[in-house]
Each structure stands twice: as structure tokens, then as C-alpha cells.
Design a protein. Structure first.
Ligand SMILES: NC(=O)C1=CN([C@@H]2O[C@H](COP(=O)(O)OP(=O)(O)OC[C@H]3O[C@@H](n4cnc5c(N)ncnc54)[C@H](OP(=O)(O)O)[C@@H]3O)[C@@H](O)[C@H]2O)C=CC1
Ligand SMILES: O=C1O[C@H](COP(=O)(O)O)[C@@H](O)[C@H](O)[C@H]1O
Length: 510
């Protein structure tokens, strides 16, 4: 097991939603699993005027996100966990000097003997990231002479290639790249990491993992919810920035990358960057017109209840042209993937929540069994990221009886079968990694920029291009039918069900 140094975690934006929803529950789980270092405290900070007790009430005792846990035998341990949490208010603005914050950190460090190791977690509006880094440096809180200092930066990392570069440059003035941890919570998901293991620890997949055997790759990320309470943020972002630029391109990079030399962070990250740099950037109008589809959900009835359309959501402009659905077809310009189409889509208000990668293999080059009797008979490898996490291979078997009738069968593995193994939540895993100084599952500066480089022209086309279409789709269906036009050979998107083995086929809207 890796060693976790004693340390302080300072959370900027501690009065916010993410702290209560993900960070504190993640830390509580680590505490229950005895994964926190012996001397560890959390210092929350933001503009709100809260005492230590107010903060503890808010994020532990009265937290809706810990309610279930606190109702069980873990209740007794909540108090000792809560006693590790402290709060310091930063005054009216983050543009203040941090001398009070520094004093508080020093006092807590002495009192709890945590050493000078500190993680600063930036969970504020993104426009404050650079300012906070600068203020920390001005207060001398970034120096590493009395313990390491790390900076975790929440998403979104930039709004475009230009702003991401500017942010990287800004942060690098105060923190070295080795100190910066750009979070992408999809990388904290076990099943996303398992993409690497599936590919590189088996000799049965990798030899086929190329243009000679793979027809196309399809990735679906669907959410059944709408924008919930984040309409204000989402309307300035949209599906492409919110999910595609980061989480989905991270998944793409793991599917596309070459084998790394080993499992060291930089070896893996180098290969991911190369993969992202090999995505074929769409430059001209015709390519962008033919290979991108965007849409917005419109009001409809789901299970007898009216569901609001996107433009009716709180915080969303009534004439908004922000996409809640994005489907992109693209190619990867390298030796392995030349000519293999990748189809990637992400959307809100879909029939079910699901994320999966489907690798579609080519048909055998010589067909012996004419009477296959199968619709969609080619082999598929389905890597299910969530829910019902697992892996399924579809392959042909002989139907008993005369002749050679072929049917499709499943070979499957379910994570739920590993009942003895505790699977960490994404934030829990990522927090622990940062505490241990392992940046493998965090995005590097050049990785983020390479992803923006691919996304920028699409965003620009959707904003300024001519003939850009915005389709509507009823909440609760699989997006606009027009997205099927992207798939070569009159194909359809695979519309997955709740469970890995569900086989809804290739209906347009089921
Ligand atoms: N919530 C989520 O599920 C997710 C959030 N994120 C990212 O995490 C970050 C935080 O998100 P979230 O917690 O939802 O946001 P919230 O709006 O709930 O919280 C933001 C925090 O920043 C502080 N803040 C807000 N405005 C200012 C300001 N002008 N000056 C100084 N401080 C300010 C707020 O505290 P106070 O007003 O007291 O200062 C609050 O603590 C964002 O970058 C978001 O994109 C990423 C993925 C998911
Ligand atoms: O980063 C984000 O992710 C969530 C979806 O995360 P998941 O782990 O539930 O799949 C998404 O709802 C949100 O809009 C986005 O900002």
C-alpha cells in the first residue's frame, strides 16, 4: 500500500455544492476505510461567514449527502470525523491577502502536528483559480521548503483552447506542473481505469485492437436527468464543454493510446497526450457540417409527468442555443486507427443513465455460414462504465440442429460479482491519489490543451458557422433521429438499456 503523508487539505469554495456533495462524503469514506493519514485535517474556506461548528453541521451532521450513512452504525464515527474539519472565512472577496488564512493554517499545523504538507483544492467558480494561486504565492503559501504543496483544480479547465492555455500559464507562474492536479472525475471511476487493464493485461484483445479488425468504435454517455439546479452554469457551457472535452475525450484517449512502457504516471500520460494529438481536427465547413450533430431537449411527458424543455429550466435563456446533446464522428490519424470512424455522443434527458464503449469488429473476411440468422452479427466488445459495470463480448455460436445457423451469444463479466472488494467512489479515489502524490489519474497541461485543440473548431462552427442546425428531441428519447445519419452504411446508434446484457438492438428511438 502506498504511504500517505500527514497533511492539511485546504478547500476553497467550502460552502459550495461540490464540497458538500462529493468532497466531504469522499473524505468520510476514506476515514471509515482508515485510509486517511494519522495526522490529517481539513480547513474549509470561502466568503461565507461560518464557524467551525456551522461548517461541520452543514457538511456532516445536517448534510443530505451523509444522511444515509449517519443513520447507520457509522453515526458514532461521524463526530470524530467532524472534529477534523475547520473553517476560516476569507472575507468579502478572494482578492484579499491571505495572511489570516496563513495564520490559521500555521496554528492548526502546530496544534495537530500535521507537518507542512498541504493540498489546496480549488472548488470555486473557475475565474478565481488563477487569482487564488497568485494569492497563495503572495502569502508565501506555495513554497515547498517545509513540506510539499499541491493544487487540485476542478473542472472546467478553461472555456476554449485560448483560455485553457492562459490558465495553464497563469498557474505555472506560482505552481510547478508537478504540483498541479487537474481533476476529471471519470478517471477516478474503476471501470474507466479498467480500460487500460482490459487492453494491456490480456493478450486476446490487443492484437485485434486496430484498423485491420475494428470497424468502428462507439461511445455513449447518457444521463436521464436534465440540467437540474445548474442551468446558469450549463447554459454557458453545453454538452461539448461540460462532458465531451474532458470526460469523453479522456475515455477516447484510453481506447486509442499505444501501450505505455509501464504504469508510471508520466508514461501513461505521455501516451494519452499522443493519442489526443492524433485526433483528426475538423477544419472545413463540410467536415463540420457532416460530422457533428447538436440538439436540445424539448418539453415532453415521461411516465405520465410533464418534463420541462431545456429553455424553460431555471437559469437558462429562453432563446438559448446551448446544446444538451452532442454527437460527433471523427477519425484518428495514426498507423493503428487510420480510416476507423469513432462515434461519440453525450446528452441529458435520455431514456436511461448509461456510459459505455462499444468496439465493433469487422465481419470475417470470408463468410462460410450464409444462414447466419442474425441481425447485427459482428463481434462486439462492450465495456460498460456505468451502471451495471462490466464487460461483454458478443460472438456467434451454432444453433443446435441441422445446418449451420448462427446465433449471437454473450461472454460477460460483472463488477458486482466481486462482492468482497470495496469499490471507491471516483472523488474518494482521486482525493487519495492526490494525497499520495500520484497524478496518473489527473490531466496534464498538454493533455487538456490537446483536447481543447480538437473541440475548439466544433465550438466555433456551432457558434459562428453557416447552416448550423439545432435539433430538438423530446425528453426521454434517444436524441434526434438525424444523429443516425452520422453512422456509416445506414447504421444506427446502439441504444443501450439499464443493464449490460439488455439488447435493445438498433432501433432509432426505443
Ligand atoms: N457541483 C458539482 O457537482 C460539480 C462542480 N464542479 C466544479 O466545482 C467548482 C465548484 O462548484 P460548486 O460547488 O457546484 O459551486 P457553488 O456555486 O455551489 O460553490 C462555489 C463556491 O465558491 C464560492 N464563491 C462563489 N462566488 C465567489 C466569488 N465571486 N468570490 C469568491 N468566492 C466565491 C462560494 O462560497 P461563498 O459564496 O461563501 O464564497 C462557494 O463556496 C466549479 O468550478 C464547478 O464547475 C465540477 C463538477 C461537478
Ligand atoms: O462533470 C459532470 O459530470 C456529471 C455526470 O457525472 P456522472 O459521474 O454522474 O456520470 C454531469 O451530470 C455534469 O453535468 C458534469 O458537469
Amino acid at each position: 500500500m502506498k504511504k500517505t503523508d500527514n497533511q492539511i487539505l485546504v478547500i476553497f469554495g467550502a460552502s459550495g455544492d461540490l464540497t458538500a456533495r462529493k468532497l466531504i462524503p469522499g473524505l468520510f469514506n476514506l476515514y471509515l476505510a482508515k485510509q486517511l493519514p494519522e495526522k490529517f485535517i481539513v480547513l474549509g474556506t470561502s466568503r461565507s461567514d461560518l464557524t467551525d461548528e456551522d461548517f461541520r453541521k452543514r457538511v456532516v451532521y445536517e448534510s443530505p449527502y451523509l444522511k444515509e450513512k449517519l443513520g447507520t452504525q457509522e453515526n458514532g464515527r461521524a463526530e470524530s470525523f467532524a472534529n477534523m474539519l475547520f473553517y476560516e472565512d476569507l472575507g468579502g472577496d478572494y482578492d484579499t491577502d491571505y495572511s489570516n488564512l496563513r495564520k490559521r493554517v500555521e496554528t492548526l499545523k502546530e496544534e495537530f502536528n500535521t507537518s507542512g504538507n498541504i493540498i489546496y483544492y480549488l472548488s470555486t467558480p473557475p475565474r478565481l483559480y488563477e487569482t487564488i494561486a497568485q494569492n497563495l504565492a503572495d502569502a508565501g503559501m506555495n513554497t515547498q521548503n517545509n513540506g510539499w504543496k499541491r493544487l487540485i483544480v476542478e473542472k472546467p479547465f478553461g472555456y476554449s483552447l485560448e483560455t485553457a492555455k492562459k490558465l495553464n500559464k497563469g498557474l505555472h507562474q506560482y505552481f510547478d506542473e508537478s504540483q498541479i492536479y487537474r481533476i476529471d472525475h471519470y478517471l477516478g471511476k474503476e471501470t474507466v481505469q479498467n480500460l487500460l487493464v482490459t487492453r494491456f493485461s490480456n493478450s486476446i484483445f490487443e492484437p485485434l485492437w486496430n484498423r485491420n479488425y475494428i470497424k468502428h468504435v462507439e461511445i455513449t454517455n447518457a444521463e436521464s436527468v436534465g440540467v437540474e439546479k445548474r442551468g446558469g452554469y450549463y447554459d454557458k457551457s453545453g454538452a461539448l464543454r461540460d462532458m465531451f472535452q474532458n470526460h469523453l475525450l479522456q475515455i477516447v484517449s484510453l481506447v486509442v493510446m499505444e501501450p505505455p512502457i509501464g504504469d508510471e504516471p508520466e508514461e501513461i500520460r505521455n501516451e494519452k497526450v499522443k493519442a489526443l494529438k492524433s485526433l483528426q481536427i475538423m477544419k472545413d465547413h463540410k467536415t463540420l457540417y457532416n460530422n457533428t450533430v447538436r440538439a436540445q431537449y424539448v418539453a415532453s411527458e415521461v411516465h405520465g409527468e410533464r418534463v420541462k424543455g431545456y429553455r424553460e429550466e431555471d437559469g437558462v435563456e429562453s432563446d438559448s442555443i446551448t446544446e444538451t446533446y452532442a454527437a460527433i464522428k471523427f477519425y484518428v490519424n495514426n498507423w493503428r486507427w487510420e480510416g476507423v470512424p469513432f462515434y461519440v455522443r453525450t446528452a441529458k434527458r435520455m431514456p436511461t443513465k448509461v456510459t459505455e464503449v462499444v468496439v465493433h469488429f469487422k465481419s470475417p473476411h470470408h463468410q462460410i455460414f450464409k444462414d447466419s440468422g442474425m441481425n447485427n452479427k459482428d463481434n462486439k466488445l462492450i465495456i460498460r462504465i456505468q451502471p451495471d459495470e462490466g464487460i461483454l463480448v458478443k460472438f456467434g455460436v451454432k444453433v443446435p440442429g441441422q445446418g449451420f445457423k448462427v446465433e449471437r451469444a454473450n461472454l460477460d463479466f460483472y463488477y458486482s460479482s466481486l462482492t468482497q472488494t470495496y469499490v471507491m467512489e471516483a472523488y474518494e479515489r482521486l482525493l487519495l491519489d492526490a494525497m499520495q502524490g500520484d497524478a496518473t489519474l489527473y490531466a496534464r497541461a498538454d493533455e487538456v490543451e490537446a483536447a481543447w485543440e480538437f473541440v475548439d473548431p466544433i465550438l466555433d462552427y456551432w457558434k459562428n458557422g453557416k447552416d448550423v442546425r439545432m435539433y430538438g428531441y423530446a425528453a426521454g428519447v434517444w436524441g434526434p433521429e438525424n444523429a443516425d445519419d452520422l453512422i456509416e452504411g445506414n447504421g444506427f446508434w446502439r441504444n443501450p438499456g439499464k443493464n449490460l446484457a439488455d439488447d435493445p438492438g438498433y432501433c432509432v428511438i426505443c
